[in-house]
Structure formats: C-alpha cells, structure tokens
Design a protein around this ligand. Structure first.
Ligand SMILES: CC(C)(COP(=O)(O)OP(=O)(O)OC[C@H]1O[C@@H](n2cnc3c(N)ncnc32)[C@H](O)[C@@H]1OP(=O)(O)O)[C@@H](O)C(=O)NCCC(=O)NCCS
Length: 171
C-alpha cells in the first residue's frame, strides 16, 4: 500500500521555511491530531514561545500545494542539535516526508553541532524506525520521561567521531 501512496506526493514540490505566528493554528491542528492521544500535545503558547522567545529554537514548516503538512521544532544548543518536536499530518504519512525533512534539517540547519539528539517514546515504533533510517541510534532509556509515565529512548546521531560510539543499545 505504501508504494501506491508514495506515488501521490512529489517531494521536490515540498517547500521548507521558518514557522511564523500565522502558521500556528495549522500546526496545532496537526499537533492535536497526532499527540492528543498522549495528552501532551503542545499548545499555542508553546509554539509561540519557540518562534518568538526561545533564542536557540528553529521551527520549520513544510508546505505542499499551499497546505502546511508537516513541522519540526529544533534547538541548536551548544554541541547538540535537538529535535524537540516533529509531525507529519496523517494524510501524508508514510510517503517519505519525515525522512526528507530530517535530511533537510541536518543538511541546511546543523552547523557546528557535534550530534543530533532526540527523545522518543519507547512505544513509538514509526518514529523510532524513521530515526534509525536516518542514522540515529538508541543510546539510553529515560524512565518515566513522559507525563503518562512512558519511558523515552534517547537517540543520537553522531556527526563527528564521538566517545559514545560503543555504547549504543540494540532494540
Ligand atoms: C513518525 C512520523 C513523523 C513519520 O513521518 P512519515 O512522513 O510518515 O515518515 P516517512 O514516510 O518519511 O518514513 C520514513 C521511514 O520511517 C519509518 N516509518 C515511518 N512510518 C512508519 C510506520 N508506521 N511503521 C514503521 N515504520 C515507519 C520507515 O522506516 C520509513 O521508511 P520506509 O517507508 O522506506 O519503510 C509520523 O508518523 C508522525 O507524525 N507521527 C506522529 C508524531 C510523532 O510520533 N512524532 C515523533 C515524536 S518523537
């Protein structure tokens, strides 16, 4: 089925740009649909803070045929490029968009950082597989990281030779 769906999106027609305040309502629609289940969806103020106040934050949206269909919020802090939030609207999932977005983030936005890092629910198999596909590995598990008590894997993609390279966990 995914091959049929994949034919419906032309990744070269995707435009990435910085998130603006006017985008927040569209982003929230996607965010709520994706994360309400976990009861920890970000709200308007969270996104506004990222855009207007958080000095290390870079928020990106993806547009296709005039529609906002994906987003990512990243924190470029010290030696780390942290993916804080990423989502693709259900209609366009499993078409290669998140992979394309992750590669865009690494290619266009990572500067001097030594690694890319993120937390992911240990039960979020689609996201874990995505991150593995673009080169992340599980380094360790954080207990009770999420508000519902779920654990997080901390996944890292080393961009330079790192001392942690022997301590990855296979899952
Ligand atoms: C995780 C998410 C961002 C993936 O977006 P996407 O655009 O559908 O992902 P892609 O189509 O680029 O998939 C890339 C790879 O990820 C993996 N993947 C994506 N969805 C998957 C699924 N449902 N099951 C298993 N693997 C999956 C596959 O390895 C896939 O490569 P393949 O299609 O060649 O097998 C999307 O499912 C989403 O928005 N989920 C809800 C929000 C979320 O969980 N965000 C991450 C929080 S840490």
């Amino acid at each position: 089925m995914s091959e049929i769906l994949k034919a419906r999106i032309n990744l070269s027609k995707i435009t990435f740009r910085r998130m603006k305040e006017e985008d927040i309502n569209s982003v929230l629609e996607i965010e709520r649909a994706l994360f309400s289940l976990y009861k920890d969806a970000w709200n308007y103020k969270h996104f506004l803070f990222e855009i207007e106040e958080h000095e290390f934050s870079i928020s990106i949206v993806a547009e296709y045929k005039g529609e906002l269909i994906a987003y990512a919020v990243c924190w470029a802090m010290f030696e780390e490029f942290h993916i804080a939030n990423i989502g693709v609207t259900a209609k366009y999932q499993r078409m290669g968009l998140a992979e394309y977005l992750m590669k865009y983030l690494e290619r266009e936005l990572v500067t001097d950082e030594e690694n890319m890092i993120l937390e992911v629910r240990t039960g979020n198999i689609p996201a874990i597989r995505l991150y593995e596909k673009v080169g992340f590995k599980v380094f360790f598990e954080r207990k009770n990281f999420y508000s519902n008590g779920e654990n997080a894997y901390v996944m890292i993609k080393l961009l330079k030779d790192g001392v942690w390279s022997k301590s990855t966990v296979s899952i």
